[in-house]
Design a protein around this ligand. Structure first.
Ligand code: IPE
Ligand code: MG
Length: 216
């Protein structure tokens, strides 16, 4: 979800306005994904690198996240959304952790869209975490399946499509293991401007791709 800051800058508004507008996009896209029958949607909300931002912006992001979960939980749950957090939550303020943990529990039996929110997430950190866990479990001969089962996305299939907004051609430490064969779609749209229609365009673009997974 990239481009919140630029969205605000274009309007001569403080960055916080871009983040607020970005939350509206989250609501729309989660609903759209759910109604389109998408099985898993992962939103990259806060990376391990985002701690480098000014404390004031980090505070705004946390507070928006808490508000989003608190306000939307009922609606999301009634859509059948099941929430999972990818990342290390231990560094987050307790208020955020409690809200997130509550939402996770409340939605744990839901069978609709699996909504992953990547928070304090970095793919390299995820892999190191997985390797440490594997070592704790005495695993000496890891296979692809075993490694996958120790990632935050355990049990979910790898993403078919990776959408990057705001025109950046970078992966930015996102799901490095899981996106080995994902189709990448870059749109110039800033995240706050991204709509259900844009999601549908990305999906129809994806449907035109020929996927060979290394074969012929
Ligand atoms: C993405 O928008 C939002 C988060 C990282 C939470 P940015 O804040 O990165 O927006 P730009 O890149 O400055 O436009
Ligand atoms: Mg950015």
């Amino acid at each position: 979800m990239d481009g919140n800051g630029r969205w605000a800058k274009k309007r001569s508004l403080p960055r916080a306005f871009g983040h607020k507008q970005g939350v509206k996009t989250i609501k729309n896209i989660v609903r759209a994904a759910s109604s389109l029958g998408i099985k898993v949607l992962t939103l990259y909300a806060f990376s391990t690198e985002n701690w480098k931002r000014p404390q004031s912006e980090i505070k705004i992001l946390f507070s928006l996240l808490r508000q989003f979960i608190k306000k939307e939980l009922k609606d999301l749950s009634s859509l059948g959304v099941k929430l999972r957090i990818l990342g290390d939550l231990s560094k987050f303020p307790e208020t955020v952790r409690i809200e997130v943990e509550n939402a996770r529990k409340t939605t744990s039996q839901n069978t609709g869209l699996e909504l992953n929110i990547a928070l304090n997430y970095g793919a390299r950190q995820e892999l190191i975490h997985a390797f440490k866990e594997m070592s704790k479990h005495g695993i000496k001969k890891p296979t692809e399946e075993i490694v996958s089962s120790f990632l935050y996305t355990a049990g979910q299939s790898d993403p078919d499509l990776l959408i990057r907004t705001s025109g950046e051609f970078r992966i930015s430490n996102f799901l490095l293991w899981q996106i080995a064969y994902s189709e990448i779609y870059v749109t110039g749209k800033l995240w706050p401007d991204f709509t259900q229609r844009d999601l549908e365009i990305a999906i129809s673009e994806f449907q035109k791709r020929e996927r060979r997974f290394g074969g012929l």
